[in-house]
Write a protein that binds this ligand. Sequence first.
Ligand SMILES: [Zn+2]
Ligand SMILES: [Zn+2]
Length: 327
Amino acid sequence: MFPAVLGWSVLIFGHLNYVFFISGAITSSWDSRALLLIFHTLLGGMVYWCYVMVMFTKPGQPSVDFIVSSQYHLVNLRYEFVALAGTLQYPPDCPSMTREDNLGLRYCLTCNNLKPDRTHHCNTCRQCVLRMDHHCPWIANCVGFRNHKFFFLFLSYGTMLAFFYTCSTVVPFVNFLDASIHPDKGISPDAAAGGSPGLMGSQFIFGIMFTMALSLMSLMHFFLIRRNGTSHEHHRLPRFIVPIAKKNGFDLGSKENWEMIMGVDPKYWFLPINTTRFNGQSFPVRGPDEEMGDLEHGSLLAKDLDDLNASDNDNEFTSVSPRPGHA
Ligand SMILES: [Zn+2]
Ligand SMILES: [Zn+2]
C-alpha cells in the first residue's frame, strides 16, 4: 500500500505546487495563468479519474463454474491432471485452448479452481486474476482483464501531465542553474527560480522522472494492447492445445485486439469507462492457416467471434451456477 500512498502524495503535491506557486511564478498575466490552470485542471482531472478507476476496479476472477469438486483436492493436481483431463471439464461456454507445459489442465492449487485461459494467480491479491497482466504496487491492485484499459489511460494521461510540468519548469530551472553557476551576472538564483528554488526544482525533477518512466510504460502497454498480449505472456508464452500460426495465438489483428480492450466506439477510448469486450474467461484464438487481418473469413477456434460479439454481455460475466457435484 505504501507505493500507492506515495504515488497519490506525489500527484497531489505536484497539483498544489502548480496551482499555488508554479503557475504564478512562470507568468505574471492573470489571463495566461487562468488558461494554464484550466488546462492543468482538465489534464489533472483525467489523471485522478483514471487513478481511482484503476485502483478500485477489480480486474476480474473466475466464476464459480471453474471451482473444482473437493474430491480432486487430495491428489497432486498439477501433475495428475494429464490423467484427470478426461474427467474434469471446463464450463461448456468457456472452453480452454491452453494447457500447462505437461499438457495438464491449468489449475490453481490455492483457489482450487480451473484457470480460464490467460488467468494467473496473484500471490499479493490471493486470488486468480482474469487475463492477468501484472500486480502493480503503485495502484495496490492487479492489472487484469477489467482494468487494463484504465491502467493504459492512467499511464498515458500521467505522461502528458508529467510532460506539462517539465515544460512549465524547464526555463526557470535552467535560469536558476545559470544564475547559480554565474553569480557575476548579478541575477539572484532565488529570483531566477521564481522565489523558491526547492519548489521549482522538485516540480522539474519529478516531472522529468515521471515523463520518462510513464512514457516508456504507456508505450509498452500500447503495443501489448495492439498485439493482444500481456506482460505475463510476454515473459512466458501460453501453451496452446492446437497448432497456432503466430507466437501469440490470441492475436486477432490490430483492430480487433485494440477493440477488445478499448471498446469499439472511438469516443470512449479516451475515457476510463468500462468498454472492454468479452467476459475475460474465454478468448477467440487464431488457427494455424489463417491470414492475419482477415478476420471475417477466418474461423476462430475457441468460439465463433460473431457468437462472442452477440453475447458481448455488457461486460458482465455470464450468469453461472456451480455444476452438479462441484463444491
Ligand atoms: Zn488462484
Ligand atoms: Zn494482485
